[in-house]
Design a binder for this molecule. Structure first.
Ligand code: VGL
Ligand code: ZN
Length: 195
């Protein structure tokens, strides 16, 4: 067990892309992606400020390919706005007062970070947030980029290790993402360490 961390009023939880298409049987399924749901559900009530990001693409998004190669960041069509695959996992508890942030909503721009083109940094600053805890899908893409952008925006950033899962294509991508986050000052904790 790591050091105990007490959740404070200036903390926010950012739940990244826990959508059906990133869970088993989804269009861009992350292995065991659904495993993050109970871990996050247990944490959500501890936070006064909870943000849920969604990958929210148009049907002709530039990242979609007929023969996706993954490692070149071309993907099967996924998380098309207002389709069932873009919906949150059925078991995810999304409080009515939660902030929902949609990203990569235009055809021509990719955005792996919840901060990219969304005004999220300003929204958090308005609420007096100084530290963010990040979990969700996928560790090596949207979780990583959201965490690193949070660092760039001056937030203290904590990664919830057991509340995220990665795509890991090619293998080693998740480990590289973790190393990069750590190098940029992201703290790693497990959900059980939070009080
Ligand atoms: C993601 C690949 C493509 C993610 C989104 O949420 O990590 N990955 N679009
Ligand atoms: Zn996407």
């Amino acid at each position: 067990m790591g050091d105990v961390i007490k959740v404070q009023p200036a903390d926010a939880l950012i739940v990244v892309d826990v959508q059906k298409d990133f869970c088993p049987r989804g269009a861009l399924a992350v292995e065991n992606g659904n495993a993050v749901v109970p871990v996050l559900n247990a944490l959500i009530p501890k936070f006064g400020c909870v943000v849920f990001t969604r990958d929210w693409h148009p049907a002709d998004h530039c990242s979609f390919a007929e023969a996706p190669r993954f490692e070149d960041r071309s993907w099967p069509a996924h998380c098309v706005a207002d389709t069932p695959g873009a919906a949150f996992h059925d078991d995810l508890n999304v409080p009515s007062q939660a902030l929902v942030i949609d990203k990569a909503t235009g055809p021509d721009a990719e955005a792996y970070s919840g901060f990219e083109g969304t005004g999220l940094a300003e929204r958090l600053a308005e609420r007096g947030i100084a530290r963010v805890f990040v979990g969700g899908l996928a560790t090596d893409y949207c979780v990583k980029n959201t965490a690193l952008d949070a660092v760039r925006h001056g937030f203290d950033v904590v990664l919830l290790l057991d509340a995220c899962r990665g795509i890991d294509i090619p293998p080693g991508t998740v480990d590289a993402a973790l190393a990069e986050m750590r190098q940029q000052g992201v703290l790693f904790v497990r959900a059980e360490d939070l009080r």
